[in-house]
Design a protein around this ligand. Sequence first.
Ligand SMILES: C[S@@+](CC[C@H](N)C(=O)[O-])C[C@H]1O[C@@H](n2cnc3c(N)ncnc32)[C@H](O)[C@@H]1O
Length: 272
Amino acid sequence: MKQTLNWKSREVVHIYDEVNLWSAPFGRLLLENIPMMPAAQVVDIGFGTGFPLIELSQRFGDKSNIYGIDIWEEGIHRTKTRIATLEINNIEILEESATSIKIGDNQIDLVTSSLGVNNFDQRGDVYLEIHRILKKGGRLCLTTNPVGTFEELFEVFDSVFQEMGMEEEQSRLEEYIQHRNTEKGIISELEQYGFEVLKIKRDTTNMRFADARAILNHSLMRIGFRESWERMVREDKREEFFERLTQKIDDIVESKGEFLMTIPMLYLEFGK
Ligand SMILES: C[S@@+](CC[C@H](N)C(=O)[O-])C[C@H]1O[C@@H](n2cnc3c(N)ncnc32)[C@H](O)[C@@H]1O
């Protein structure tokens, strides 16, 4: 297997496309559902390399102000380069954690976050800040991938653990699967911070593979997932586990012609 990739490293930003394929369907879901309004004050939290920040700036136009908040230095650098290249003048980048936002109270019409806030550390503090900066009647719109993400893959994980008699790993897997948010969980958490859910859209996308090693070596898995998968398995059994896993997946490919992994998508819109 190739090495895992550190998303914060200088090199990784170069393989992060303008809109990578992982982010794109979630961005589409967001952009198809957010309220549009002229001369809006908009904040995008966790824009990575500029998505959907730059798209929002182009959709809302020059009468609107779009603030982008992120803490990823390399991502911010790349976003600024893109903003300059596109000669965009309605974006202001705030290089700070969303736990403390330099915007006054009741200023903002719309806060967006695609694959963002609900996974942040200290997200309670972030929700307090979003509530503070939103005008009364303002909206918080987010997208996320809830429980159910890659469930076909985790079924194979489970059956290999079963085969190898690894009960501890089986319960770690269950914990790992359940740590992901559910629609109900996110809504009840945001309700505690004074938000009211106004709109819910559910959709799915998928990733199809023709080879097991290709899954493990895919850049998305190397950046975002593989480290926790590896940590789930005790070290002395890790090699054997991944051998068996890839064999099982390749058997499925052999019989079905592909290995398909489902990605549920959720758009949630909240009012203040
Ligand atoms: C999974 S990425 C999503 C990026 C982008 N929205 C997309 O769809 O590709 C999450 C982003 O949130 C940022 N982030 C994490 N914690 C943050 C915080 N406390 N305040 C602001 N941004 C944060 C990360 O730096 C990263 O760029």
